[in-house]
Design a binder for this molecule. Structure first.
Ligand code: GDP
Length: 423
């Protein structure tokens, strides 16, 4: 290998002058800007924890939406998409919020609709990818990029509902836990609460999103911010005059809490981290980690694999053919089974019919014999009756004969005289 060779068959050569491909990053930026961006946030938290207020505060606008009631029979996910514009950059923002989360007495299955929703977005993307005519550049990607998990400011510990839900979600989405309505908790309590939450997350093996520290330009700020998690936030869309500036704040009888004052809460930290510094990383992590995992499991479930049992590459075509053959084999087996079953059924039916025929024959024979016996009996009876009649007749004739002989003895002389008279 000569010096300057990069890998096999590739070497570095110097350019004699300006070519122009150094504008590639600019081209990418221009293309991205003209295409616009898309970002999807999922807000998970109990009703009334300030999810909608925080979204309005974060994006400095008033998103539509009615406050949810606490009487929902189950957890539902409500998704709204908005087109936002800042300078010349367009952002298609989708905010998904859990409605009715934590409102039921039995919270056992509360995480399920959330998991199903996240999976459904992955599935829709996968289906688009698998299409023959796919249009991913215009496809509205609804995969969740960030999940803001709203923790109630109890100052105690995480509720089991929070732990279970976060555990179920951590392999599917970037979780950023936040302590909601943190003006409800004192500063010293807050410090303890944060430590408690972090240790509970660790001991339960819940993986939360870590701001990336591999990129030098943001490594320091992200590193510092990771130590501040979970952020304690306050939301308010109300603007109050503080000094001579209008500021977002919440006013109480005893004073004012400024949303954007870092001494009052971590709202600014959250906005910096979520929107200004790591939005792209959140999008990337969603695609390369969470979606990748979903896709892999789904394809494996469908029987696709990259290598055969001997660790040799196994192409999609081969997988398809193997699956097809397996399917055809199974079909044949099923067909054969059905044929055998049919033959068996026919045989059984035939035997049943034969048995029935035999029974019928036997019955017929029995009846025939009975009939013959009956006939014979009747004939015998007839014969004996006939004999009786004959005997009677004989007796009758004998009696008549006797009677006529009796009367002849007296009457023969009259007959003689009559004959003589005739002569
Ligand atoms: P959601 O049901 O989670 O969307 O909650 P909302 O955003 O509708 O807020 C419920 C109530 O909590 C409203 O009256 C808000 O003004 C109030 N709220 C929102 N954020 C805060 C906060 O940071 N601190 C306090 N104390 N109240 C808040």
């Amino acid at each position: 290998n000569r010096a300057g060779d990069v890998g096999e068959g590739c070497r570095t050569v110097p350019l004699a002058g300006h070519v122009g491909f150094d504008s590639l990053p600019d081209q990418l930026v221009n293309k991205s800007v003209s295409q616009g961006f898309c970002f999807n946030i999922l807000c998970v938290g109990e009703t009334g924890l300030g999810k909608s207020t925080l979204m309005d505060t974060l994006f400095n606008t008033k998103f539509e939406g009615e406050p949810a009631t606490h009487t929902q029979p189950g957890v539902q996910l409500q998704s709204n998409t908005y087109d936002l514009q800042e300078s010349n950059v367009g952002l298609k923002l989708t905010i998904v919020s859990t409605v009715g989360f934590g409102d039921q007495i039995n919270k056992e299955d509360s995480y399920k609709p959330i998991v199903e929703f996240i999976d459904a977005q992955f599935e829709a993307y996968l289906q688009e990818e698998l299409k023959i005519r796919r249009v991913l550049h215009t496809y509205h990607d609804s995969r969740i990029h960030a999940c803001l998990y709203f923790i109630a400011p109890t100052g105690h510990s995480l509720k089991s509902l929070d732990l279970v839900t976060m555990k179920k979600l951590d392999s599917k989405v970037n979780i950023i836990p936040i302590i909601a309505k943190s003006d409800a908790i004192s500063k010293s309590e807050l410090t303890k609460f944060k430590i408690k939450i972090t240790s509970e997350l660790v001991s339960n093996g819940v993986q939360i999103y870590q701001f990336p520290t591999d990129d030098e330009s943001v490594a320091e700020i992200n590193g510092t911010m990771n130590a501040h998690l979970p952020f304690a936030v306050i939301g308010s869309t109300e603007e109050l005059k503080i000094g001579n500036k209008m500021m977002k704040a919440r006013q109480y009888p005893w004073g004012t809490v400024q949303v954007e004052n870092e001494a009052h809460c971590d709202f600014v930290k959250l906005r910096e981290m979520l929107i200004r510094v790591n939005m792209e990383d959140l999008r990337e992590q969603t695609h390369t980690r969470h979606y990748e995992l979903y896709r892999r499991c789904k394809l494996e479930e469908m029987g696709f694999k990259d290598t055969d049992p001997d660790s040799k590459p196994f192409s999609l075509q081969e997988t398809y053919e193997a699956k097809r053959n397996e399917f055809l084999g199974e079909l044949q087996k099923k067909e054969e089974e059905m044929r055998q079953m049919f033959v068996q059924r026919v045989k059984e039916k035939e035997a049943e019919l034969k048995e029935a025929e035999k029974e019928l024959h036997e019955k017929f024979d029995r009846l025939k014999k009975l009939h013959q016996d009956e006939k014979k009996k009747l004939e015998d009876k007839k014969k004996s009756l006939d004999d009786e009649v004959n005997a009677f007749k004989q007796r009758k004739t004998a009696a008549e004969l006797l009677q006529s002989q009796g009367s002849q003895a007296g009457g023969s002389q009259t007959l003689k005289r009559d004959k003589e008279k005739k002569k």
